[in-house]
Design a protein around this ligand. Structure first.
Ligand code: SDX
Length: 429
Protein backbone atom coordinates (compact mmCIF):
# COMPACT_ATOMS: atom_id res chain seq x y z
CA UNK A 1 0.00 0.00 0.00
CA UNK A 2 1.58 3.31 -1.09
CA UNK A 3 2.23 5.61 1.87
CA UNK A 4 2.73 9.37 1.92
CA UNK A 5 6.38 9.08 2.84
CA UNK A 6 9.85 9.14 1.33
CA UNK A 7 12.28 6.37 2.21
CA UNK A 8 15.77 7.82 2.23
CA UNK A 9 18.80 5.60 2.32
CA UNK A 10 21.97 7.43 3.35
CA UNK A 11 24.63 5.60 1.33
CA UNK A 12 27.30 7.10 3.58
CA UNK A 13 26.01 5.06 6.52
CA UNK A 14 23.55 2.58 5.00
CA UNK A 15 20.90 3.97 7.38
CA UNK A 16 17.28 4.24 6.20
CA UNK A 17 14.88 7.05 7.07
CA UNK A 18 11.13 7.45 6.57
CA UNK A 19 10.17 11.09 5.92
CA UNK A 20 6.50 12.14 5.68
CA UNK A 21 5.24 13.93 2.53
CA UNK A 22 2.63 16.63 3.30
CA UNK A 23 1.05 19.00 0.73
CA UNK A 24 3.57 17.80 -1.87
CA UNK A 25 6.57 18.67 0.28
CA UNK A 26 8.86 17.28 2.92
CA UNK A 27 9.87 19.30 5.97
CA UNK A 28 13.51 20.36 5.71
CA UNK A 29 13.81 19.80 9.46
CA UNK A 30 13.04 16.10 8.91
CA UNK A 31 16.41 15.84 7.16
CA UNK A 32 18.37 17.01 10.21
CA UNK A 33 18.17 13.45 11.67
CA UNK A 34 20.32 12.24 8.76
CA UNK A 35 23.87 12.27 10.17
CA UNK A 36 27.15 10.47 9.63
CA UNK A 37 28.23 10.80 13.25
CA UNK A 38 27.15 12.16 16.64
CA UNK A 39 28.84 15.53 16.11
CA UNK A 40 27.27 15.94 12.67
CA UNK A 41 24.81 18.88 12.55
CA UNK A 42 22.58 16.86 10.25
CA UNK A 43 21.49 17.26 6.63
CA UNK A 44 20.24 20.62 5.35
CA UNK A 45 18.78 21.60 1.97
CA UNK A 46 20.68 24.07 -0.20
CA UNK A 47 18.41 26.23 -2.36
CA UNK A 48 19.82 29.65 -3.40
CA UNK A 49 16.97 32.01 -4.48
CA UNK A 50 14.46 29.46 -3.13
CA UNK A 51 14.04 27.84 -6.56
CA UNK A 52 12.36 24.83 -4.92
CA UNK A 53 11.61 25.81 -1.35
CA UNK A 54 8.22 26.67 0.19
CA UNK A 55 8.79 29.16 3.01
CA UNK A 56 5.17 29.24 4.13
CA UNK A 57 1.68 27.87 3.76
CA UNK A 58 -0.72 30.38 2.20
CA UNK A 59 -4.36 30.66 1.14
CA UNK A 60 -4.16 34.01 -0.62
CA UNK A 61 -2.99 33.60 -4.22
CA UNK A 62 -2.67 30.53 -6.41
CA UNK A 63 -0.48 30.43 -9.52
CA UNK A 64 -0.07 27.53 -11.92
CA UNK A 65 2.99 28.58 -13.91
CA UNK A 66 2.65 25.88 -16.58
CA UNK A 67 -1.02 26.56 -17.26
CA UNK A 68 -0.77 30.34 -16.83
CA UNK A 69 -3.36 30.37 -14.04
CA UNK A 70 -3.64 33.15 -11.42
CA UNK A 71 -6.40 33.26 -8.77
CA UNK A 72 -6.90 35.50 -5.74
CA UNK A 73 -8.66 33.49 -3.00
CA UNK A 74 -9.90 31.12 -5.73
CA UNK A 75 -11.29 33.76 -8.08
CA UNK A 76 -9.66 33.81 -11.58
CA UNK A 77 -7.77 37.02 -12.33
CA UNK A 78 -9.55 37.64 -15.65
CA UNK A 79 -12.99 37.52 -13.95
CA UNK A 80 -11.84 39.94 -11.24
CA UNK A 81 -10.32 42.25 -13.87
CA UNK A 82 -13.58 42.14 -15.81
CA UNK A 83 -16.09 42.47 -12.95
CA UNK A 84 -14.42 43.74 -9.78
CA UNK A 85 -12.72 46.94 -8.63
CA UNK A 86 -9.32 47.33 -7.02
CA UNK A 87 -10.69 48.18 -3.59
CA UNK A 88 -13.08 45.20 -3.71
CA UNK A 89 -10.22 42.94 -4.81
CA UNK A 90 -7.98 44.33 -2.05
CA UNK A 91 -10.71 43.45 0.48
CA UNK A 92 -10.92 39.93 -0.99
CA UNK A 93 -7.14 39.44 -0.82
CA UNK A 94 -6.97 40.77 2.73
CA UNK A 95 -10.05 39.19 4.29
CA UNK A 96 -10.58 36.10 2.15
CA UNK A 97 -14.10 36.70 0.84
CA UNK A 98 -15.79 39.12 -1.55
CA UNK A 99 -17.45 41.85 0.54
CA UNK A 100 -21.19 42.45 0.79
CA UNK A 101 -22.30 45.87 -0.43
CA UNK A 102 -22.39 47.13 3.18
CA UNK A 103 -18.91 45.76 3.87
CA UNK A 104 -17.59 47.29 0.63
CA UNK A 105 -19.11 50.69 1.42
CA UNK A 106 -17.54 50.67 4.90
CA UNK A 107 -14.19 49.47 3.50
CA UNK A 108 -14.21 52.14 0.78
CA UNK A 109 -15.00 54.91 3.31
CA UNK A 110 -12.33 53.72 5.76
CA UNK A 111 -9.64 53.67 3.05
CA UNK A 112 -10.65 56.91 1.34
CA UNK A 113 -10.82 58.71 4.73
CA UNK A 114 -7.17 57.86 5.32
CA UNK A 115 -5.73 59.38 2.13
CA UNK A 116 -4.48 62.55 3.85
CA UNK A 117 -0.91 62.42 5.17
CA UNK A 118 0.66 64.32 8.06
CA UNK A 119 1.82 67.75 6.87
CA UNK A 120 5.34 67.01 8.16
CA UNK A 121 5.66 64.33 5.44
CA UNK A 122 5.71 67.21 2.96
CA UNK A 123 8.85 68.55 4.65
CA UNK A 124 10.40 65.11 4.11
CA UNK A 125 9.34 65.15 0.46
CA UNK A 126 10.71 68.68 0.01
CA UNK A 127 14.09 67.48 1.24
CA UNK A 128 14.57 65.25 -1.80
CA UNK A 129 16.53 66.52 -4.78
CA UNK A 130 14.39 67.70 -7.70
CA UNK A 131 15.33 64.65 -9.75
CA UNK A 132 14.94 62.09 -6.95
CA UNK A 133 13.43 58.84 -8.28
CA UNK A 134 9.84 58.69 -6.99
CA UNK A 135 10.28 55.05 -5.97
CA UNK A 136 13.15 56.08 -3.69
CA UNK A 137 10.86 58.75 -2.24
CA UNK A 138 8.04 56.22 -1.74
CA UNK A 139 10.28 53.72 0.04
CA UNK A 140 11.51 56.47 2.37
CA UNK A 141 8.16 58.08 3.11
CA UNK A 142 6.37 54.79 3.72
CA UNK A 143 9.05 53.95 6.28
CA UNK A 144 8.61 57.43 7.79
CA UNK A 145 4.90 56.70 8.36
CA UNK A 146 5.99 54.27 11.08
CA UNK A 147 7.20 57.26 13.11
CA UNK A 148 3.80 58.95 12.89
CA UNK A 149 1.82 55.89 13.99
CA UNK A 150 3.74 54.27 16.86
CA UNK A 151 0.61 52.24 17.74
CA UNK A 152 1.37 50.19 14.63
CA UNK A 153 3.91 48.32 16.73
CA UNK A 154 0.98 46.50 18.39
CA UNK A 155 0.85 44.04 15.51
CA UNK A 156 -1.27 41.50 17.41
CA UNK A 157 -4.07 43.99 18.04
CA UNK A 158 -6.53 43.19 15.22
CA UNK A 159 -8.29 46.56 15.35
CA UNK A 160 -4.99 48.46 15.17
CA UNK A 161 -3.83 46.20 12.30
CA UNK A 162 -7.04 47.02 10.43
CA UNK A 163 -6.46 50.75 11.01
CA UNK A 164 -2.88 50.54 9.69
CA UNK A 165 -4.28 48.71 6.66
CA UNK A 166 -6.69 51.56 5.92
CA UNK A 167 -3.87 54.09 6.42
CA UNK A 168 -1.39 52.24 4.24
CA UNK A 169 -3.73 51.59 1.31
CA UNK A 170 -5.23 55.07 1.61
CA UNK A 171 -1.92 56.90 1.85
CA UNK A 172 -0.02 55.00 -0.87
CA UNK A 173 -1.77 57.04 -3.57
CA UNK A 174 -1.05 60.32 -1.77
CA UNK A 175 2.63 59.54 -1.17
CA UNK A 176 2.94 58.46 -4.82
CA UNK A 177 1.26 61.59 -6.16
CA UNK A 178 3.20 63.90 -3.83
CA UNK A 179 6.47 62.31 -4.98
CA UNK A 180 5.47 62.97 -8.59
CA UNK A 181 4.40 66.57 -7.94
CA UNK A 182 7.69 67.20 -6.10
CA UNK A 183 9.65 65.81 -9.06
CA UNK A 184 7.97 68.23 -11.49
CA UNK A 185 8.05 71.21 -9.12
CA UNK A 186 4.27 71.44 -8.90
CA UNK A 187 2.36 72.25 -5.71
CA UNK A 188 0.82 69.21 -4.03
CA UNK A 189 -2.79 68.48 -4.98
CA UNK A 190 -4.74 67.14 -2.02
CA UNK A 191 -7.07 64.12 -2.05
CA UNK A 192 -10.63 64.62 -3.28
CA UNK A 193 -12.56 61.94 -1.48
CA UNK A 194 -15.56 62.29 -3.80
CA UNK A 195 -13.47 60.44 -6.37
CA UNK A 196 -12.73 56.72 -6.72
CA UNK A 197 -9.43 55.32 -5.47
CA UNK A 198 -7.77 55.56 -8.89
CA UNK A 199 -9.65 58.77 -9.74
CA UNK A 200 -8.18 60.28 -6.58
CA UNK A 201 -4.68 59.27 -7.62
CA UNK A 202 -5.16 60.83 -11.06
CA UNK A 203 -6.55 63.94 -9.35
CA UNK A 204 -3.55 64.32 -7.01
CA UNK A 205 -1.15 63.73 -9.90
CA UNK A 206 -2.65 65.75 -12.74
CA UNK A 207 -4.95 68.39 -11.19
CA UNK A 208 -3.97 71.87 -12.41
CA UNK A 209 -5.92 75.04 -11.65
CA UNK A 210 -9.43 73.61 -12.24
CA UNK A 211 -11.68 73.78 -9.18
CA UNK A 212 -12.51 70.08 -9.40
CA UNK A 213 -10.48 67.50 -11.31
CA UNK A 214 -12.55 65.12 -13.39
CA UNK A 215 -10.68 61.91 -14.35
CA UNK A 216 -11.33 60.45 -17.81
CA UNK A 217 -13.61 57.44 -17.03
CA UNK A 218 -11.82 55.11 -19.47
CA UNK A 219 -8.40 55.91 -18.00
CA UNK A 220 -9.72 55.78 -14.43
CA UNK A 221 -11.19 52.31 -15.09
CA UNK A 222 -8.08 51.11 -16.94
CA UNK A 223 -5.88 52.12 -14.00
CA UNK A 224 -8.26 50.31 -11.64
CA UNK A 225 -7.96 47.12 -13.72
CA UNK A 226 -4.16 47.46 -13.73
CA UNK A 227 -4.29 47.77 -9.94
CA UNK A 228 -6.37 44.58 -9.71
CA UNK A 229 -3.77 42.76 -11.81
CA UNK A 230 -0.89 43.96 -9.64
CA UNK A 231 -2.50 43.42 -6.22
CA UNK A 232 -0.76 40.18 -5.22
CA UNK A 233 1.35 37.40 -6.68
CA UNK A 234 2.06 34.88 -3.89
CA UNK A 235 5.70 34.55 -2.79
CA UNK A 236 7.42 36.96 -5.19
CA UNK A 237 10.61 38.74 -4.18
CA UNK A 238 8.88 41.67 -2.48
CA UNK A 239 6.32 39.49 -0.71
CA UNK A 240 9.22 37.42 0.58
CA UNK A 241 10.87 40.64 1.81
CA UNK A 242 7.60 41.61 3.52
CA UNK A 243 7.39 38.25 5.25
CA UNK A 244 11.06 38.05 6.17
CA UNK A 245 11.21 41.58 7.63
CA UNK A 246 7.74 41.14 9.15
CA UNK A 247 8.87 37.96 10.91
CA UNK A 248 10.94 40.13 13.26
CA UNK A 249 7.58 41.60 14.40
CA UNK A 250 8.45 45.08 13.19
CA UNK A 251 5.54 47.44 12.39
CA UNK A 252 3.87 47.03 8.94
CA UNK A 253 5.08 50.42 7.64
CA UNK A 254 8.73 49.41 8.08
CA UNK A 255 8.04 45.98 6.55
CA UNK A 256 6.29 47.55 3.54
CA UNK A 257 9.24 49.89 3.02
CA UNK A 258 11.44 46.78 2.73
CA UNK A 259 8.98 45.17 0.32
CA UNK A 260 8.83 48.32 -1.80
CA UNK A 261 12.63 48.42 -1.86
CA UNK A 262 12.65 44.85 -3.20
CA UNK A 263 10.03 45.74 -5.81
CA UNK A 264 12.20 48.67 -6.97
CA UNK A 265 14.75 46.26 -8.46
CA UNK A 266 14.89 46.04 -12.30
CA UNK A 267 14.40 42.27 -12.17
CA UNK A 268 11.14 42.72 -10.25
CA UNK A 269 8.77 45.69 -10.23
CA UNK A 270 11.35 48.00 -11.77
CA UNK A 271 11.06 45.98 -14.98
CA UNK A 272 8.07 47.95 -16.28
CA UNK A 273 10.25 51.08 -16.40
CA UNK A 274 13.13 49.10 -17.96
CA UNK A 275 10.81 47.79 -20.72
CA UNK A 276 10.20 51.34 -21.94
CA UNK A 277 13.91 52.17 -21.77
CA UNK A 278 14.51 49.00 -23.82
CA UNK A 279 11.85 49.87 -26.43
CA UNK A 280 13.21 53.41 -26.70
CA UNK A 281 16.73 52.03 -27.07
CA UNK A 282 15.58 49.70 -29.88
CA UNK A 283 13.94 52.68 -31.51
CA UNK A 284 12.48 51.03 -34.61
CA UNK A 285 11.06 47.70 -35.80
CA UNK A 286 13.97 46.97 -38.10
CA UNK A 287 16.37 47.01 -35.13
CA UNK A 288 14.42 44.36 -33.21
CA UNK A 289 16.29 41.33 -34.69
CA UNK A 290 19.64 42.87 -33.72
CA UNK A 291 18.45 43.47 -30.16
CA UNK A 292 17.14 39.92 -29.82
CA UNK A 293 20.43 38.58 -31.10
CA UNK A 294 22.26 40.49 -28.35
CA UNK A 295 19.84 39.25 -25.69
CA UNK A 296 20.42 35.68 -26.83
CA UNK A 297 24.15 36.25 -26.60
CA UNK A 298 23.67 37.24 -22.98
CA UNK A 299 24.25 40.94 -23.70
CA UNK A 300 21.30 42.28 -21.71
CA UNK A 301 17.85 40.87 -21.14
CA UNK A 302 14.50 41.16 -22.85
CA UNK A 303 12.89 43.21 -20.08
CA UNK A 304 9.27 42.26 -19.46
CA UNK A 305 9.98 38.70 -20.58
CA UNK A 306 10.42 35.60 -18.47
CA UNK A 307 9.19 34.64 -15.03
CA UNK A 308 10.31 32.38 -12.22
CA UNK A 309 6.88 30.73 -12.02
CA UNK A 310 5.07 31.34 -15.31
CA UNK A 311 6.39 29.02 -18.01
CA UNK A 312 3.47 30.12 -20.13
CA UNK A 313 1.98 33.48 -21.05
CA UNK A 314 1.46 35.57 -17.87
CA UNK A 315 -2.37 35.75 -17.62
CA UNK A 316 -2.04 39.36 -16.49
CA UNK A 317 -0.15 40.29 -19.66
CA UNK A 318 -3.07 38.96 -21.72
CA UNK A 319 -5.53 41.22 -19.89
CA UNK A 320 -3.19 44.20 -20.11
CA UNK A 321 -2.76 43.70 -23.85
CA UNK A 322 -6.55 43.89 -24.29
CA UNK A 323 -6.73 46.89 -21.97
CA UNK A 324 -4.13 48.73 -24.07
CA UNK A 325 -6.56 48.92 -27.02
CA UNK A 326 -9.18 50.66 -24.84
CA UNK A 327 -6.66 53.17 -23.48
CA UNK A 328 -5.12 53.90 -26.89
CA UNK A 329 -8.58 54.72 -28.25
CA UNK A 330 -8.54 57.64 -25.82
CA UNK A 331 -4.86 58.57 -25.74
CA UNK A 332 -3.76 57.56 -29.21
CA UNK A 333 -1.59 54.50 -29.83
CA UNK A 334 1.77 54.53 -28.09
CA UNK A 335 4.29 54.60 -30.98
CA UNK A 336 6.44 52.07 -29.12
CA UNK A 337 3.61 49.49 -29.28
CA UNK A 338 4.58 48.27 -32.72
CA UNK A 339 8.14 47.64 -31.53
CA UNK A 340 6.79 45.70 -28.52
CA UNK A 341 4.49 43.61 -30.73
CA UNK A 342 7.36 42.82 -33.15
CA UNK A 343 9.64 41.94 -30.22
CA UNK A 344 6.98 39.57 -28.87
CA UNK A 345 6.28 38.05 -32.28
CA UNK A 346 9.93 37.22 -32.95
CA UNK A 347 10.70 36.10 -29.38
CA UNK A 348 7.75 33.70 -29.27
CA UNK A 349 9.08 31.98 -32.39
CA UNK A 350 12.74 31.97 -31.40
CA UNK A 351 14.21 28.72 -30.05
CA UNK A 352 16.23 30.54 -27.33
CA UNK A 353 13.07 31.95 -25.72
CA UNK A 354 10.85 28.97 -26.51
CA UNK A 355 13.34 26.52 -24.96
CA UNK A 356 13.59 28.67 -21.83
CA UNK A 357 9.81 29.22 -21.80
CA UNK A 358 10.23 32.98 -21.78
CA UNK A 359 6.92 34.74 -22.38
CA UNK A 360 5.80 38.33 -21.84
CA UNK A 361 5.11 38.99 -18.16
CA UNK A 362 2.97 41.58 -16.41
CA UNK A 363 5.56 44.28 -17.04
CA UNK A 364 5.85 43.93 -20.81
CA UNK A 365 2.78 45.93 -21.82
CA UNK A 366 1.84 47.79 -18.64
CA UNK A 367 4.42 50.51 -19.21
CA UNK A 368 3.05 51.29 -22.67
CA UNK A 369 -0.32 52.04 -21.08
CA UNK A 370 1.14 54.08 -18.23
CA UNK A 371 3.18 56.16 -20.69
CA UNK A 372 0.15 56.73 -22.92
CA UNK A 373 -1.80 57.86 -19.82
CA UNK A 374 0.82 60.51 -19.17
CA UNK A 375 2.79 58.89 -16.35
CA UNK A 376 6.57 59.41 -16.56
CA UNK A 377 8.69 56.25 -16.72
CA UNK A 378 10.09 56.60 -13.21
CA UNK A 379 6.55 56.48 -11.82
CA UNK A 380 5.94 53.00 -13.23
CA UNK A 381 7.38 51.00 -10.28
CA UNK A 382 5.43 53.33 -7.96
CA UNK A 383 2.24 52.38 -9.84
CA UNK A 384 3.17 48.75 -9.21
CA UNK A 385 3.78 49.35 -5.48
CA UNK A 386 0.45 51.11 -4.85
CA UNK A 387 -1.82 48.11 -5.50
CA UNK A 388 0.73 45.57 -4.27
CA UNK A 389 0.44 47.13 -0.79
CA UNK A 390 -2.78 45.13 -0.25
CA UNK A 391 -1.00 41.90 -1.22
CA UNK A 392 1.97 42.70 1.00
CA UNK A 393 -0.29 43.40 3.98
CA UNK A 394 -2.26 40.19 3.40
CA UNK A 395 0.96 38.15 3.20
CA UNK A 396 2.26 39.87 6.35
CA UNK A 397 -0.93 39.24 8.35
CA UNK A 398 -0.95 35.59 7.27
CA UNK A 399 2.64 35.31 8.44
CA UNK A 400 2.27 36.87 11.90
CA UNK A 401 -0.90 34.85 12.57
CA UNK A 402 0.64 31.54 11.42
CA UNK A 403 1.52 29.52 14.55
CA UNK A 404 4.22 27.67 12.62
CA UNK A 405 6.06 30.85 11.66
CA UNK A 406 9.04 32.24 13.63
CA UNK A 407 11.69 34.83 12.88
CA UNK A 408 13.17 34.12 9.44
CA UNK A 409 16.78 33.10 9.89
CA UNK A 410 18.17 30.82 7.10
CA UNK A 411 21.20 28.59 7.62
CA UNK A 412 24.30 28.63 5.37
CA UNK A 413 26.87 26.25 3.93
CA UNK A 414 30.11 27.66 5.36
CA UNK A 415 32.99 27.29 2.91
CA UNK A 416 35.31 29.87 4.42
CA UNK A 417 38.55 29.58 6.43
CA UNK A 418 38.90 27.24 9.36
CA UNK A 419 40.25 28.84 12.56
CA UNK A 420 43.50 30.76 12.07
CA UNK A 421 45.55 32.97 14.46
CA UNK A 422 45.50 36.80 14.26
CA UNK A 423 48.51 38.25 12.38
CA UNK A 424 49.88 41.61 13.66
CA UNK A 425 50.01 44.17 10.85
CA UNK A 426 53.82 44.37 11.00
CA UNK A 427 53.97 40.68 10.10
CA UNK A 428 51.51 40.85 7.20
CA UNK A 429 52.90 40.53 3.72
C1 SDX B 1 7.83 40.57 -11.78
O1 SDX B 1 7.92 36.56 -8.93
C2 SDX B 1 6.89 37.24 -9.30
O2 SDX B 1 5.78 36.79 -9.18
C3 SDX B 1 7.23 38.65 -9.83
C4 SDX B 1 6.05 39.41 -10.45
C5 SDX B 1 5.02 39.80 -9.41
O3 SDX B 1 3.86 40.03 -9.78
O4 SDX B 1 5.43 40.00 -8.21
O5 SDX B 1 5.44 38.60 -11.46
C6 SDX B 1 6.53 40.73 -11.08
O6 SDX B 1 8.86 40.76 -11.18
C7 SDX B 1 7.80 40.09 -13.20
C8 SDX B 1 9.24 39.88 -13.78
C9 SDX B 1 9.76 41.27 -14.20
N1 SDX B 1 11.19 41.16 -14.57
C10 SDX B 1 11.61 41.22 -15.84
O7 SDX B 1 10.85 41.29 -16.81
C11 SDX B 1 13.13 41.23 -16.01
C12 SDX B 1 13.52 40.28 -17.14
N2 SDX B 1 13.24 38.90 -16.71
C13 SDX B 1 14.31 38.19 -16.10
O8 SDX B 1 15.36 38.87 -15.52
C14 SDX B 1 13.92 36.86 -15.48
O9 SDX B 1 13.10 36.22 -16.38
C15 SDX B 1 13.25 36.86 -14.11
C16 SDX B 1 14.02 37.67 -13.14
C17 SDX B 1 11.86 37.40 -14.22
C18 SDX B 1 13.18 35.41 -13.64
O10 SDX B 1 14.46 35.01 -13.42
P1 SDX B 1 14.82 33.47 -13.09
O11 SDX B 1 13.59 32.67 -12.86
O12 SDX B 1 15.87 33.46 -12.05
O13 SDX B 1 15.38 32.95 -14.46
P2 SDX B 1 16.91 32.97 -14.82
O14 SDX B 1 17.47 34.35 -14.61
O15 SDX B 1 17.55 31.82 -14.14
O16 SDX B 1 16.84 32.69 -16.39
C19 SDX B 1 16.71 31.37 -16.87
C20 SDX B 1 17.33 31.43 -18.26
C21 SDX B 1 18.71 32.05 -18.28
O17 SDX B 1 19.38 31.55 -19.42
P3 SDX B 1 20.48 30.34 -19.20
O18 SDX B 1 21.38 30.78 -18.06
O19 SDX B 1 19.62 29.14 -18.83
O20 SDX B 1 21.18 30.23 -20.52
O21 SDX B 1 16.53 32.29 -19.10
C22 SDX B 1 17.32 33.42 -19.48
C23 SDX B 1 18.49 33.50 -18.54
O22 SDX B 1 19.58 34.14 -19.17
N3 SDX B 1 16.42 34.58 -19.32
C24 SDX B 1 16.34 35.58 -20.18
C25 SDX B 1 15.34 36.40 -19.66
N4 SDX B 1 14.87 35.89 -18.53
C26 SDX B 1 15.55 34.75 -18.32
N5 SDX B 1 17.03 35.86 -21.32
C27 SDX B 1 16.66 36.99 -21.94
N6 SDX B 1 15.70 37.83 -21.53
C28 SDX B 1 15.03 37.57 -20.39
N7 SDX B 1 14.08 38.38 -19.99
Amino acid sequence: MASNTLTIIDNRTGKKYEVPVENGAIRAMDLRQIKVGDDDFGLMTYDPAFMNTAACKSKITFIDGDKGILRYRGYPIDQLAEQSTYLETAYLILYGELPTQAQLNEWHDNVIHHTIIHENIKKLMDGFHHDAHPMGMLVSTVAALSTFYPDAKNIFDEELRRKQTWRLIGKMITLAAFAYRHSIGMPYAYPDNDLSYTGNLLNMMFKMTEVKYRPHPVLEKALDVLFILHADHEQNCSANAMRSVGSSHVDPYSAIAAAAAALYGPLHGGANEEVLHMLQQIGSIDRVPEFIKKAKAGEGRLMGFGHRVYKNYDPRAKVIKRLADQVFEVTGVNPLLKIALELERIALEDEYFVKRKLYPNVDFYSGLIYQAMGFPLDMFPVLFAIPRASGWIAQWEELILDPEQRIARPRQLFLGHAERPYVPIVKRK
